[in-house]
Design a protein around this ligand. Structure first.
Ligand code: MG
Ligand code: MG
Ligand code: MG
Length: 305
């Protein structure tokens, strides 16, 4: 029996770095924990690991009989199929509470702030454990990613303070420039198939029995995808069929213009129109100021199911 730390399926930087940061912290506290992941990492996460010399966590797709620390979600649908047969020792998250339950007591750190790594930074501080330079750098980048360099409405003073403290540990002054470099790495779409684009940051949600899939592409300039929208929509239709979805949404988020182009394929488009009080044109709409899936998209769709 091993103890693993990991985040959600289709791991983002918060999930990967969170797994590394929690494992190191627990190891310092005398507990053996192995950083893990549930899938391939993104170009952004690769950028972060390369920049700070981080090791790629182990791929773990089955956890029955093991102990686990969970990062960045509490929705069962985002974890291994046998997650119910694992013992959850702890949760470190910043999302709505999902449907994971436990039969034993656990530690739970869930806060309405911008990033799981900000939560984890607070846990380091709570235990008085020093964060090594390389992990501090990765945590700083994860927070810059989740908060879209502080632009996201999910960003709080706790997050900006954490980034500043982590930057000091790393010895980086212009952390916003590093954040931009990271988003440029994330924005690369040359040669990527529409399926690759549609699954880069894909999350499924169980909405009262209906499955809704939402993918988000956070880019420095979404106009580079203008000519590919039709092909992206065709693949969304295919994904909707393959996964038995009620609705598939792709958010093309422009972090410079600070808004998102929403593309939808749905059994009921009126749900999207009433959720965002908008009129879809060619199954699309520009949502000004919308940067956050968890705060500005999901809470408006979920009540309609
Ligand atoms: Mg995440
Ligand atoms: Mg996160
Ligand atoms: Mg994200």
């Amino acid at each position: 029996m091993a103890t693993y730390a990991f985040g959600h399926k289709i791991p983002d930087s918060d999930s990967i770095v969170g797994a590394i940061a929690i494992s190191y912290l627990k190891n310092q506290l005398g507990e053996e924990v192995i950083p893990a992941r549930q899938g391939d990492i993104s170009a952004e996460t690769e950028f972060i690991l390369n920049k700070f010399g981080g090791k790629l966590p182990e791929l773990v797709t089955s956890v029955a009989g093991h102990n686990v620390y969970i990062v960045d979600s509490t929705d069962k649908i985002h974890f291994q199929d046998d997650i119910d047969e694992a013992t959850i020792l702890g949760i470190f998250d910043h999302h709505k509470l999902g449907d994971l339950t436990t039969s034993t007591p656990l530690e739970m750190w869930v806060r309405p702030i911008g990033c799981s790594n900000t939560v984890i930074k607070e846990v380091y501080d709570y235990h008085g454990v020093e964060i090594p330079k390389d992990i501090a750098g990765m945590m700083m980048c994860a927070i810059l990613s989740d908060t879209v360099i502080f632009k996201s409405p999910t960003c709080t003073k706790v997050d900006t303070k954490a980034v500043k403290e982590l930057a000091k540990i790393v010895g980086i002054e212009d952390y916003k420039a590093l954040g931009m470099e990271m988003f440029i790495a994330k924005s690369q779409v040359d040669g990527a198939s529409s399926r690759n684009l549609n699954t880069r940051d894909y999350k499924a949600f169980d909405m009262n029995g209906s499955k809704v899939g939402v993918n988000q592409l956070e880019m420095v300039d979404i106009s580079v995808l203008e000519s590919r929208k039709e092909e992206i929509m065709a693949d969304m239709k295919a994904m909707k069929e393959e996964n038995g979805l009620h609705t598939m949404i792709v958010l093309l988020t422009d972090i410079m213009k600070e808004g998102s182009q929403l593309l939808a394929v749905s059994d009921d488009y009126s749900k999207i129109e009433s959720a965002f009080d908008c009129k879809l044109e060619n199954n699309q709409v520009w949502l000004d100021g919308v940067l956050s899936r968890k705060k500005q998209i999901i809470p408006f769709i979920q009540p309609l199911f």
